[in-house]
Design a protein around this ligand. Structure first.
Ligand code: NAD
Length: 253
């Protein structure tokens, strides 16, 4: 059976853990050559090995999404490795709202905005330029959150600000890049397995949270990966500037 991403080259940032790793594995199973980009070398190498031992094509690059020169190096190496093609970018790397203790910390604001918002800006602008040069169009999927829509009392509010920035920046870029055949969409996961950069949640807080989800459970990484795959592949060829919520109905209230 043909894969839904046969012949395509995809970059996934934060591909060494969590949802990014699930997206890398799914994309490879669907026929893509996958570039796993992450600061987390151990996780990235493990995902690379999992994909290769299952017969897929993948390569890990250690990089920081906040560094423009590291994006340029990543794109040059991806284009060299995979014959000048570049079809899909998933801007998934992110820091949790609880990565800093003090919700009023200016340093915390900057740190979260740098990774979650500026990282997406750099990735989108540099990768879309490479896609335009490669001439095959492309699909960019930017990972926001339910907190790109609403606030909460947990962690640093910069997380919410950064995810709302991703949501609307993506619309501006969908408008700008549409004429070049590049689609830009956002995915808004709800409550998933905790991020590597988050601190633990009490059992009581977790139970309260689950009661607020219409499907009465937290999500699985593969459930998000399936939504990202739809937006990445040609089945969504007329979808751009859209928001896919994968949240068990949390935002339906
Ligand atoms: N887990 C959740 O409940 C949840 C909910 C909604 C949205 N999200 C969003 O989904 C995305 C993935 O979340 P996850 O739970 O899989 O997170 P995770 O922490 O498991 O994985 C994120 C990956 O991003 C990498 N990363 C962090 N900073 C980086 C940087 N500067 N450069 C390169 N890589 C970097 C980390 O090393 C890590 O491997 C994030 O954008 C997150 O904000 C998560």
């Amino acid at each position: 059976m043909p894969g839904r991403l046969d012949g395509k080259v995809a970059i996934v940032t934060g591909g060494g853990a969590g949802m990014g790793a699930a997206e890398c594995r799914l994309f490879a199973r669907e026929g893509a050559s996958v570039v796993i980009a992450d600061l987390y070398e151990e996780g990235g190498r493990e995902v690379e090995e999992q994909i290769r031992s299952a017969g897929g094509v993948a390569s890990f690059t250690k990089m920081d999404v906040t560094a423009e020169e590291e994006w340029n190096a990543l794109l040059t190496s991806a284009l060299e490795t995979y014959g000048g093609r570049l079809d899909v970018l998933v801007n998934n790397a992110g820091l949790s709202s609880t990565v800093v203790d003090d919700p009023d910390s200016t340093e915390g604001w900057q740190r979260i905005m740098d990774v979650n918002a500026t990282g997406v800006f750099l990735g989108t602008k540099l990768t879309s330029a490479a896609m335009i040069a490669a001439g095959n169009g492309g699909s960019i999927v930017n990972i926001s959150s339910i907190y790109g829509f609403v606030g909460s009392d947990g962690g640093h509010p910069a997380y919410h600000a950064s995810k709302a920035a991703v949501r609307n920046y993506s619309k501006a870029m969908a408008v700008r890049l549409g004429p070049q055949g590049i689609r830009v969409n956002t995915v808004h996961p709800g409550f998933m397995p905790p991020m590597r950069s988050s601190v633990g949640m009490s059992e009581e807080a977790r139970a309260r949270l689950v009661r607020a989800i219409p499907l009465r459970r937290t999500g699985e990484v593969d459930e998000v990966a399936n939504g990202v795959l739809f937006l990445a592949c040609d089945e969504s060829s007329y979808v751009t500037g859209s928001e896919l919520k994968v949240d068990g109905g949390f935002l339906a209230r």
